[in-house]
Design a protein around this ligand. Structure first.
Ligand SMILES: Cc1ncc(COP(=O)(O)O)c(C=O)c1O
Length: 392
C-alpha cells in the first residue's frame, strides 16, 4: 500500500525513546530524562510578546513563501554580525524549522546514484532524509581521539566521483563536537576545489563554551561560501522549538529551488512565529548569554561526574548541550547488556533514567545524555547511573 520509499526510513528513534519515557512518567514513575533535545528554558519574553502582538495586530495571513522581508533582514543582519557573511534576500529562505530547511535541500539536490557524506556520530535525521530522496548516505565514523571530528584523510577516502554533498554539524548533536578554524581549514582545503556541496547545520552555534568563538565554514573564503548552504534556526538558541522557524542561506539558485518546492508543499512558515523570530534575533542576545552560562556549568558537572563512574569515559565536548560518554567498558558485564541500546534499556527499566543509546547516531558503545535539565535533576540522574553501573 505504501510507497517504496517508506521502507527506507525509520521513525525517529529519539522520539520513540521519549514516547516510552513519557508513558512511564504518565504512570507516575519519577524518570530522570537525559533524552531532551531542547532547552528547558522558556521562550524569551521579547519573542513570545512579539508573537502575541502579531495575533492581536491581525498578522495572521500568508506571508511570502520564502519568509517575510523583516525576518529575512534580521537573518541577514545576524549572518553579518556573527560571521561577517553577506547574503541578500534571494539567498535566504525561512522554513518550518531547520529540519524542514534540511529536507528542502535534500529534495532539491539529491537523486539516485548520489552519495552524501555524513560523519558519525550524526543527528539521526540526516541519513533518512538522504535515503528518502533516493541517494546513499556514506557514513564516516569519526574517532573519540579526534574529538569526533572528521579528519582530512577520512574525508579523502570517502570522496568518490558520485559524492554530491557532505553534511557537517558543528557544534554537533550528539557529541558536542566543534570544528575550530584549524579543523575546518583541513576540510575546507580538500572540498574547495571539488563540486561537492557543503551543508552546514549550525543550529547549536550559540552553545559553545570555554570562551570560544564559533566559525562558520562559509566564512572561510568566497569560493567556499559559493558551495555552502548554511542551515540554522531559532529552535535551540532561543528555546523556540515549538515555534518551528528555521532558515537556510546559500547560493541564489539553490534557495530559489527550495522556495519553489516550499511553495508546493508547506507554503510559508507561520506568520506569527516569524514575528517572534524577528524579535528573538534582534533582542534575544542577553537570553542566550544567560542560558549558555548555565549550560556551561552543567557541562562541567556532567563530564566530571561521568568520568568518576568506573567503566565510563567522557570526552569534554566543546559545544551543544549533550555529552557522549563511552560506555563500551561496561558492555558484556552482564550477558544481556551487550550493546549501548541494551545498557540504555537497563537504565530506563531498572533505574528510571532515560538516555539515548549511540546506535541511532551511528556509534555503538556510547550514550547521548542531554543536560537540558536543572542541575539538581542532573545530579540525581548521575547518582542513579552510578548505582546502576556499580550493581552490574
Ligand atoms: C543537529 C540538528 N539539526 C537540526 C535540528 C532541528 O531543528 P528544528 O527544530 O529547527 O527543526 C535538530 C533538532 O534536534 C538537531 O539536533
Amino acid at each position: 500500500m505504501l510507497a517504496k520509499r517508506m521502507r527506507r526510513i525509520q521513525p525517529s528513534s529519539t522520539m520513540a525513546i521519549s514516547a516510552k519515557t513519557n508513558e512511564m512518567i504518565a504512570k507516575g514513575i519519577r524518570v530522570i530524562d537525559f533524552g531532551l533535545g531542547q532547552p528547558e528554558f522558556e521562550t524569551p519574553a521579547v519573542a513570545a510578546e512579539a508573537g502575541i502582538r502579531a495575533i492581536q495586530d491581525g498578522y495572521t495571513k500568508y506571508t511570502a513563501t520564502a519568509g517575510a522581508d523583516d525576518l529575512k533582514e534580521a537573518i541577514i543582519e545576524k549572518f553579518k554580525n556573527d560571521h561577517q557573511l553577506t547574503y541578500n534576500k534571494r539567498e535566504v529562505i525561512v522554513s518550518c524549522g531547520a529540519k524542514h530547511s534540511l529536507y528542502n535541500i535534500a529534495q532539491i539536490l539529491f537523486e539516485e546514484g548520489d552519495e552524501v557524506i555524513i560523519p558519525a556520530p550524526y543527528w539521526v535525521t540526516y541519513p533518512d532524509q538522504v535515503r528518502l530522496n533516493d541517494a546513499t548516505p556514506v557514513i564516516v565514523k569519526t574517532r573519540e581521539k579526534d574529538h569526533f571530528l572528521i579528519t582530512k584523510d577520512q574525508l579523502k577516502d570517502a570522496i568518490t566521483p558520485r559524492t554530491k554533498a557532505i553534511i557537517l554539524n558543528s557544534p554537533s548533536n550528539p557529541a558536542g563536537a566543534v570544528y575550530t578554524e584549524r579543523d575546518f581549514y583541513d576540510v575546507a582545503d580538500l572540498l574547495v576545489s571539488t563540486s561537492i556541496w557543503i551543508i552546514s547545520d549550525e543550529i547549536y552555534e550559540k552553545f559553545i563554551y570555554d570562551g570560544k568563538r564559533y566559525t562558520s565554514i562559509a566564512s572561510f573564503s568566497p569560493d567556499l561560501k559559493k558551495k555552502t548552504i548554511v542551515v540554522n534556526g531559532v529552535s535551540k538558541s532561543y528555546a523556540m522549538t515549538g515555534w518551528r522557524i528555521g532558515y537556510a542561506a546559500g547560493p541564489k539558485d539553490l534557495i530559489e529551488a527550495m522556495s519553489t518546492l516550499q511553495s508546493q508543499t508547506t507554503s510559508n512558515p507561520t506568520s506569527i512565529s516569524q514575528k517572534a523570530a524577528v524579535a528573538a534575533l534582534k533582542n534575544g542576545g542577553p537570553f542566550i548569554l544567560n542560558m549558555v552560562s548555565e549550560y556551561s556549568s552543567r557541562r562541567e558537572l556532567m563530564v566530571k561526574q561521568l568520568n568518576n563512574i568506573p567503566g565510563i569515559r567522557c570526552v569534554r565536548p566543546a559545544g551543544s548541550f549533550y555529552v557522549f560518554p563511552n560506555v563500551s567498558g561496561l558492555l558484556g558485564k552482564r550477558p544481556s547488556i551487550n550493546s549501548s541500546a541494551a545498557f540504555a534499556e537497563y537504565l530506563l527499566d531498572d533505574y528510571a533514567v532515560s538516555t539515548i543509546p549511540g546506535e541511532p547516531f551511528g556509534m555503538d558503545g556510547y550514550l547521548r545524555l542531554s543536560y537540558a535539565a536543572p542541575q539538581a535533576v542532573l545530579i540525581e540522574g548521575l547518582d542513579r547511573i552510578k548505582k546502576a553501573v556499580l550493581s552490574l
